[in-house]
Write a protein of this length. Structure first.
Length: 230
């Protein structure tokens, strides 16, 4: 992912982190009901998990344009007309916020997640799994595609042990599909990571109710800045 030239202040980055959480939630909903979702958006949401000790928020979200969908959904969800349409996704956002708080209270679980994320090579699929010719593309045996099963296993070994549960609604056939289930768990893990950053930047769940207009206006400004770059 390449950097954008846009510069954001702390308040804007707080709402960008929230928008990434929203994008994770919306993708979870889409996968649950349709069995498919934009792979570029999924990868963009999961990639921040690799930023274990970033120097800045910009290092976590180097290209905010990848989260245009989350920004758009957040803006609409905080308006009267979009509240009902995105109610389920926002419910997942609230759930991920609760989970990040529970995770913050268990340092040993945080340590397990950080330890397993320190070896990024284990998070990518082998080229053999994708039918890619090693000789044609170089000696590396890894592709640049995430192995969502690894992230799903990490979610089950850690977050699933917490008392709160995010109950995902959708088509039963899709939810039974292992590929879909793995992607959903990976997105929940990613959403919790962004929800934690949102909280660290000062975000609180009650802001979604009392600061609706302020957040909506901020997101609108971010979107205009992103559009101006293209």
């Amino acid at each position: 992912m390449s950097n954008t030239s846009a510069k954001f202040n702390d308040w804007e980055y707080r709402n960008i982190a929230l928008a990434v959480t929203v994008q994770c939630a919306q993708l979870v909903s889409t996968l649950a009901y349709t069995g498919r979702a934009d792979p570029i958006q999924i990868k963009a949401c999961v990639t921040p998990l690799l930023a274990i000790k970033p120097d800045s928020v910009a290092d976590v979200y180097p290209n905010v344009s990848y989260y245009a969908n989350g920004l758009g959904v957040l803006q609409k969800a905080l308006s009267g007309e979009g509240l009902k349409e995105y109610a389920e996704a926002m419910k997942y956002v609230l759930g991920m916020s609760i989970l990040q708080q529970q995770l913050s209270a268990v340092p040993s679980m945080q340590a397990v997640i950080q330890q397993r994320m320190q070896f990024p090579d284990t998070l990518y699929l082998d080229k053999d799994d994708l039918g890619i010719d090693h000789e044609a593309l170089g000696s590396s045996q890894k592709s640049d595609e995430f192995d969502y099963a690894v992230l799903a296993a990490l979610y089950q070994d850690t977050i699933s042990k917490l008392s709160y549960r995010v109950h995902v609604k959708g088509n039963a056939e899709h939810l039974r599909n292992q590929r879909v289930a793995d992607q959903i768990r990976a997105l929940l893990l990613a959403g919790i990571r962004s929800a934690m950053l949102w909280h660290q930047l000062g975000g609180r769940r009650w802001h979604l109710f009392l600061y609706k207009k302020r957040i909506r206006n901020c997101v609108a400004t971010i979107r205009r800045n992103l559009f101006a770059l293209h």
